[in-house]
Design a protein around this ligand. Structure first.
Ligand code: OXD
Length: 299
């Protein structure tokens, strides 16, 4: 069962080595722009991050797509035939890493670190009143990532409310009660652009957004307006709609917005290879795959 590596921008070689360390003879094909149809005709599986334009429809024997990440939005392209199964990596260590990153940014904001960093640049030794230590955090999306985030935030003393889209909870109520809002949702047609001017207006004045999900959850122009107007205190965006974020993007220059390049946490190539090879062996034996994505729901 030949597997096409579509891991760009992560280097395919690293994944090939990790897979071959477990299953040395597993046939892998590295995607190159200009690759011929004859080579693609053999492919039955994909291990990847995103489909380059038009590639999904050139894989007539494709049976399985295994995402190298937790999110599969860049692989669920419309031309992917309905019978192709899609799975993703479920990695507790990655979820813990995401939770650490969120706790770091939440504490940084709640304990006014940017204020003291600015004071230090001015050699100013001034004690500011300490904000509420038990400030309220809303976590949108309570899957593997959101649940790990909620657990850690609770452990460091935040009051946490989780929000699941299908729970019947009111999103407006969660937004309205969140001094800090964490986005850990999957990106689907229903959640794209969910965090827009209306959502920001519903959040309390001085509140803060942390996005570790996908940039497209946020209407970035609306966020910039909400922060520049002072309604939101700021945001930590580990993900952006356009990655890599172009050098002239206005998000770079907004005081209060912190940009990181999608580094909150990544699964190691070894973990990804282990889960991929496990799935590959399941298919060889005619067994069911683990961690399948519901293609209708998008996660
Ligand atoms: C992701 C990942 O899906 O890095 O963003 O796993």
């Amino acid at each position: 069962m030949k597997t096409l590596l579509l891991t760009h921008p992560l280097p395919a070689q690293v994944f090939a080595e990790a897979v071959h360390a477990i299953e040395p003879h597993l046939p892998l094909l590295e995607y190159q722009p200009g690759i011929g149809d004859a080579a693609l005709a053999e492919v039955e599986a994909v291990l990847g991050w995103r489909f380059p334009e038009g590639v999904a429809r050139r894989l007539p024997r494709l049976r399985w797509v295994c995402a190298v990440g937790a999110g599969v939005d860049k692989l669920l392209v419309p031309e992917l035939p309905a019978q192709v199964q899609v799975s993703r990596i479920v990695d507790v260590e990655q979820a813990d890493g995401i939770a650490q990153f969120v706790a770091l940014m939440a504490l940084r904001h709640a304990r006014s670190l940017p204020v003291y960093e600015a004071q230090q640049r001015l050699r100013q030794w001034t004690r500011q009143p300490i904000g509420a230590l038990r400030c309220h955090v809303g976590v949108l999306g309570m899957g593997t990532m959101g649940s790990a985030v909620a657990r850690l935030l609770q452990a460091v003393g935040f009051q946490v409310s989780g929000y699941c889209r299908h729970s019947g909870q009111s999103l407006q109520a969660v937004l309205g009660g969140s001094d800090i809002l964490v986005c850990a949702l999957p990106l689907t047609a229903q959640t794209e652009g969910l965090l827009d001017a209306r959502a920001f207006a519903a959040m309390p004045r001085g509140s803060y957004l942390i996005n570790i999900a996908r940039g497209a959850h946020v209407v970035e122009a609306d966020l910039i307006d909400a922060v520049r107007s002072g309604h939101l205190a700021g945001a930590a965006l580990d993900v952006q709609r356009h990655e890599p974020l172009p050098a002239d993007d206005p998000l770079w220059d907004v005081p209060g917005i912190s940009i990181t390049p999608h580094i909150a946490a990544q699964s190691s190539p070894q973990t990804i290879a282990q889960q991929f090879v496990q799935g590959w062996r399941c298919l060889q034996r005619g067994e069911a795959l683990h961690n399948l994505v519901d293609r209708e729901r998008g996660y």
